[in-house]
Design a protein around this ligand. Structure first.
Ligand code: FAD
Length: 319
């Protein structure tokens, strides 16, 4: 098994095909998930990201007329899925590890489990807000920003655990990825500030970057050029999503704070049905991939939502 950065540097100049999948809703069968991603194995992804979904809070009505806040996790299972990917496909899994919902001790325990499983890669993230709240809250004694989490993982890579005095602790060996936003993270006042904060993650020990999805390549090109001008030298992997329905024209910009190029929007709006919209989504993404390959990207990373059809339709044309 290898680190993501090793996979990126062993490609003879060609970009790597990689994917992100999401755990199924609680109570589902892992075989269904693995079957859904199996068709993409023909493209031999060297690593597969598995998202992490923190707790949510719902209000449950009580018989006495009151209500009680209940904590639920709709999509647990990230670590188990990673272990299955490793053993079934012999592919490096990349579990997403969050600040949100974890104390530092819980993070340490999770990292120890991953280390014992032979998982050598993680994507370190702050994490989404816990629904239905509309701001990020860290757990007491948890991390607030991803750079702090990267620092903890990097400490473990140097044999430094929490609250330990012993000098010769077994060091982990994680390759650490972090997120970045070509169209700016929605909370950052401007892109300059956001890039400064990306630099904090790199200074803390991040080895590579994966971007939020974008539909306008120019946003990615400008972002990479600005990062390079700021002295960021680590790989910046573009994240791609194939538009599959007309509704996603509105949903994706709202969820991920991105711009849909006007020409693409108009074309998709004119579609009679989702089948046609999906076809246009595939063609748009193929064109994006071709331009990104010409730009010299290290990988094309697809947000698959654990469905293979659109990603395969694109990847078969560009790899
Ligand atoms: P951070 O890097 O901590 O940044 C968050 C905000 O704070 C930014 O505006 C940044 O500019 C600012 N900031 C950062 N550091 C500092 C600092 N030290 N001081 C002041 N300001 C600072 N969410 C999930 O819940 N699960 C997932 O599996 C998941 N996977 C993702 C994968 C990718 C590739 C991407 C791009 C996003 C993913 N997300 C996931 C969403 C992500 O958790 C959210 O976008 C979150 O709001 C920010 O995470 P981050 O790691 O970029 O945060």
């Amino acid at each position: 098994m290898a680190k993501v950065t090793e996979h990126l540097s062993n490609t003879q100049g060609k970009p790597v095909f990689s994917i992100e999948i999401i755990p199924p809703v609680k109570g589902s069968n892992i075989d269904d998930l693995l079957k859904s991603i199996e068709p993409m194995m023909e493209l031999k992804p060297p690593f597969i990201d598995v998202t992490f979904h923190r707790e949510e809070y719902i209000l449950k009505n009580l018989p006495d007329g009151g209500s009680k806040e209940i904590k639920i996790r709709k999509r647990p299972g990230t670590v188990g899925i990673c272990a299955s990917i490793l053993h079934k496909f012999n592919i490096d899994p990349v579990p997403h590890v969050l600040c949100g919902g974890f104390t530092k001790e819980e993070t340490e325990d999770l990292l120890i489990d991953l280390n014992y499983l032979g998982i050598e890669n993680v994507l370190a993230l702050r994490g989404d807000y816990a629904r239905p709240y509309n701001s990020f809250k860290a757990k007491k004694d948890g991390h607030f920003y991803a750079n702090e989490l990267v620092g903890q993982i990097n400490d473990m890579n140097n044999g430094k655990y929490l609250h330990e005095e012993a000098e010769y602790l077994n060091a982990s060996n994680f390759c650490i990825g972090v997120a970045a936003y070509p169209e700016k993270h929605f909370e950052a006042p401007d892109l300059d500030q956001d890039i400064e904060n990306l630099k904090r993650k790199i200074a803390a020990g991040a080895d590579y970057v994966v971007t939020q999805m974008f539909f306008d390549n120019q946003k990615y090109f400008d972002f990479v050029n600005r990062c390079r001008a700021e002295g960021i030298t680590i790989p910046i992997i573009p994240g791609l999503k194939v538009l599959a329905t007309k509704k996603q024209l509105d949903v994706l910009p709202k969820l991920f704070y991105l711009d849909m190029p006007e020409a693409f929007r108009k074309e998709v709006m004119a579609c009679e049905n989702d089948k046609h919209a999906k076809q246009l989504g595939i063609e748009w993404c193929v064109q994006q991939c071709r331009e990104l390959i010409d730009f010299g990207v290290p990988a094309l990373h697809f947000y698959t939502m654990s469905k293979s059809d659109t990603t395969l339709a694109v990847a078969r044309q560009v790899f």
